[in-house]
Design a protein around this ligand. Structure first.
Ligand code: SF4
Length: 224
C-alpha cells in the first residue's frame, strides 16, 4: 500500500484534474443535503436534483417533513426508486430530528447514524459538506478508485475509510472522497479511461494490469 506522502500527492493530483470537485447534489442547508443524500441511494444525483425542488418547496424543514404521510411523499420521490422505504426513512428521520434535536441536523456521526435511513456514508456526506466536520464518505466509486490505485485495500467501506483517513490530514478527507467519486464517474469507470488519467504513473492497476496487456508480445524465433 502507498505511503501517506504518496497518498496525499495522488489526492492533490486528482484534485487538479477535477478542480471543482464537490457533491453534485443540490442543497441549501444540512437538512436538504441529508434528505437529498437519503434519496440518492440506488439512484443518481441528477435524478435526485430533479425531484428535490418540489419536495423542498412543500417540506422546507424537519418540522414540515415530520408531519408528512407516505401517501403524500411517495408520488414526489417515486422516480428515485425504493420510494416506499425512502419515504418511511425521510418521515422517521424528520420526526427524530424534531423529537431529539429541536429540528436541527446534529453535527455528530453517532447521533446522525441513529436517524432512520442514515448510514455512515450519508452521515459523512452531510458532516463534510454542510456542517464543517471532516468526513470521508466511501461509496462504490471510492472503493473502486482507491483499490485500483493502491491507496486502500478491500471492499469494506468502513475499513477503506479508516485506511484513507489514517494517511490523509483531516482537512483533505472530504476532498479526497469528492475527487475519487468524480474520478470514478468520469475517468476510472468500471472500464477505465487510463489514457486520460493524471495518476496513472502511481496507479497499481495501470502499472500491473493495463500496461502489461499493452506490451507487445515477444516473438520467439525458432532455433536452427
Ligand atoms: S490509471 Fe486507470 S485504473 Fe488507474 S486510476 Fe487512472 S483510470 Fe483508474
Amino acid at each position: 500500500m502507498k505511503s501517506a506522502k504518496t497518498t496525499r500527492r495522488i489526492i492533490d493530483t486528482l484534485a487538479q484534474q477535477h478542480p471543482n470537485a464537490d457533491t453534485e447534489l443540490n442543497y441549501r442547508n444540512a437538512f436538504e443535503l441529508l434528505v437529498a443524500t437519503i434519496l440518492s441511494a440506488q439512484s443518481t444525483d441528477a435524478r435526485v436534483n430533479i425531484v428535490t425542488p418540489a419536495l423542498f418547496g412543500k417540506y422546507a424543514d424537519a418540522r414540515a417533513l415530520s408531519k408528512a404521510t407516505s401517501a403524500q411523499l411517495e408520488p414526489i420521490i417515486l422516480s428515485t426508486g425504493f420510494f416506499r422505504q425512502k419515504s418511511k426513512s425521510l418521515i422517521g428521520m424528520a420526526q427524530k430530528l424534531v423529537a431529539e434535536h429541536g429540528g436541527d441536523v446534529p453535527a455528530d456521526m453517532e447521533k446522525l447514524t441513529t436517524l432512520p435511513g442514515v448510514g455512515r456514508k450519508t452521515a459523512n456526506v452531510v458532516l463534510g459538506h454542510a456542517l464543517g466536520v471532516p468526513g470521508l464518505p466511501v461509496d462504490r466509486h471510492v472503493l473502486r478508485v482507491s483499490n485500483r490505485i493502491g491507496i486502500a485495500e478491500g471492499d469494506d467501506p468502513v475499513n477503506v475509510e479508516q485506511q484513507l483517513c489514517s494517511r490523509l490530514p483531516k482537512e483533505l478527507w472530504t476532498l479526497a472522497s469528492d475527487v475519487q467519486i468524480l474520478h470514478g464517474r468520469r475517468i476510472c469507470k468500471p472500464k477505465p479511461l487510463c489514457d486520460q488519467c493524471s495518476v496513472r504513473d502511481d496507479c497499481d492497476y495501470y502499472q500491473h494490469v493495463v500496461k502489461k496487456t499493452r506490451e507487445p508480445k515477444k516473438v520467439r524465433t525458432a532455433r536452427r
